[in-house]
Design a protein around this ligand. Structure first.
Ligand code: ATP
Ligand code: MG
Length: 507
């Protein structure tokens, strides 16, 4: 990092706080004004600064400041006690060794917005090797751009060296997507290469100030998500920023600045060139953000889903499963917001379920036995999604367990129900069953029965079991006998009926 820039930034960071506070926030209280009014010169300067500030804030596009604002705690509201202690410690150690170090990005933004941050990132002037030397429990990761994972207690913090925006003459693909951006830089450059103004904030735990190069705090308070630099250019460099805009706006209740919103529709197709794994990561973040329904609605409006993200096509363009999928997303959102765990396996199982049903029905219609048809259909759907979704083996295992339990819920006699509730994935399978009932795919009775059965005493369970042989079974068998069984099985509602074991039992 060029020492001159570092010097400039830190000189500014040492400005007296009350001065900076005044400089930054025009809306000082009346009482403060009265106190300041004792000195006329101060008032004149104050008015002038206010005017300058207002003009600045009204600028449509985030202009980079070479001198950042240094905002006092009273204005941004982050006391050191609110941050993760490990993040404070990492900054202390780095600063103690003579480096610059700040909590940066999403954590600062979330804390100002009153949201508990998911993770903490630290940005520093120290090189990865220098960071590595200062923390015994740390390791350098990443080949292209090396960052350091520092472990403190049970926490892992990501520490990255200030990075410059990519070199304009550097490596891009034919669409302008930046392929290399691994150049160390100054803090000023590090701020400029970040995507939105609200993401370019640096919190210094040692004096509780926020260093703000792009009016991020003002934008956050005005509930605006504003791109740093020219939005079209920034989307070309990295089209994933379009998805981030939608997700962050929903998460923080911000309005995407019209200048940043406008190019999205026509640039949406650039997402096609982004590697699948990167898109998948971003999709997963979006789906688990607690605002999936809102995000997906917005993506659809902005034309960001069609044909671009296979998963979104699956979610948004299957009339049969639409109700089921939206219900699942609503529930996922509610769980995330209540801080309850959410399993990606469960989520993907719901997103792809109606694909499985369609494939299952097709196979049964072609004469495969229901059991074989189900397992083949599960593999078929997962294989088709494998490249596009990069679903890990573990998640795929979870998904299959949940799907495979579904026909077994139709078996309510003998020892089979007991074996079902002993399955490790019973709870997830049951929740899935409940969702199918709520979406209208199956009767509520079936899910109610399992709830009672799972919660019942041994005697109650025994009494609930459906007799192995009975009149109902015979009736059913007669009705189900014709060979058109598979042919007219219109997807969801008929799937459990078609299970061979189900056929021998009554509901
Ligand atoms: P969240 O953690 O809530 O998903 P975030 O903004 O913290 O949101 P991260 O992926 O953790 O997202 O990124 C950390 C920071 O890195 C961001 O705040 C931003 O400053 C920067 N950043 C992330 N992705 C990009 C990008 N595509 N372009 C520019 N800067 C980015
Ligand atoms: Mg983050």
């Amino acid at each position: 990092m060029p020492a001159s820039t570092a010097g400039r930034a830190s000189a500014c960071a040492r400005l007296p706080l009350q001065h900076v506070d005044l400089l930054y926030d025009p809306a000082s209280s009346r009482a403060t004004q009265r106190r300041a009014g004792r000195n006329n010169a101060t008032v004149v300067i104050r008015k002038l600064l206010r005017r300058v500030f207002r003009r600045d804030a009204a600028k449509p596009q985030a202009a980079a400041r070479s001198e950042p604002a240094v905002i006092a705690q009273i204005r941004h509201g982050i006391a050191r006690s609110r941050i993760l202690p490990a993040a404070g410690k990492v900054c202390d150690t780095l600063q103690g060794a003579g480096h610059k170090a700040y909590v940066v990005g999403g954590a600062v933004r979330d804390l100002i917005a009153g949201i508990e941050p998911k993770d903490y990132d630290v940005a520093t002037s120290a090189t990865p090797e220098q960071v590595r030397e200062l923390f015994r429990r740390s390791r350098i990761i990443g080949r292209r751009f090396r960052i350091v994972h520092v472990m403190i207690g049970g926490e892992t913090l990501e520490v990255s060296t200030f990075r410059a925006a990519h070199d304009p003459a550097g490596e891009t693909d034919v669409h302008g997507r930046v392929l290399r951006d691994n150049v160390f830089g100054s803090q000023l450059e590090d701020a400029a290469r970040r995507d939105f103004t609200v993401n370019a904030l640096y919190y210094d735990p040692s004096n509780e100030t926020v260093i703000d190069y792009h009016h991020g705090v003002a934008d956050l308070k005005q509930k605006t998500l504003r791109m740093i630099g020219d939005p079209a250019q920034r989307y070309r460099e990295d089209p994933v920023r379009m998805l981030r805009a939608v997700r962050l706006a929903a998460k923080l209740g911000l309005t995407i600045d019209p200048l940043a919103r406008a190019p999205i529709r026509e640039m949406a197709s650039l997402l096609e060139n982004v590697p699948a794994a990167r898109l998948f990561d971003e999709m997963l973040k979006l789906l688990l953000s607690g605002h999936a329904v809102e995000c997906l609605t917005q993506l659809r409006e902005d034309g960001l889903h069609h044909g671009l993200l296979p998963l979104l096509d699956v979610i948004l363009e299957q009339p049969l499963g639409q109700r089921f999928v939206w219900l699942s997303l609503e529930k996922t959102d509610a769980r995330v917001r209540d801080d309850k765990p959410v399993s990606p396996g469960f989520l993907f199982a719901t997103l792809l379920w109606h694909e499985v049903l369609a494939a299952w029905d097709k196979r049964k219609a072609a004469g495969e036995t229901p059991q074989n048809a189900l397992f083949a259909a599960m593999d078929e759907v997962l294989d088709a999604q494998a490249d596009k979704l990069a679903i890990t083996r573990r998640i795929a295992g979870d998904i299959k367990d949940i799907w495979a339990l579904q026909p077994r819920f139709a078996q309510r006699s003998g020892k089979r129900p007991l074996r079902v509730i002993e399955q490790p994935r019973f709870r997830a399978g049951y929740d899935f069953l409940r969702l199918r009932a709520e979406s209208g795919e199956i009767e509520h009775d079936e899910a109610d029965w399992w709830e009672r059965f799972a919660n019942g005493s041994q005697e109650e369970r025994q009494a609930m079991l459906v007799p192995e042989k009975g009149p109902a079974r015979k009736r059913r068998r007669r009705r189900r006998k014709p060979a058109e069984d598979g042919a007219d099985s219109g997807g969801a509602a008929s799937q459990s009926d078609s299970d061979p074991e189900t056929e021998s039992e009554s509901n």
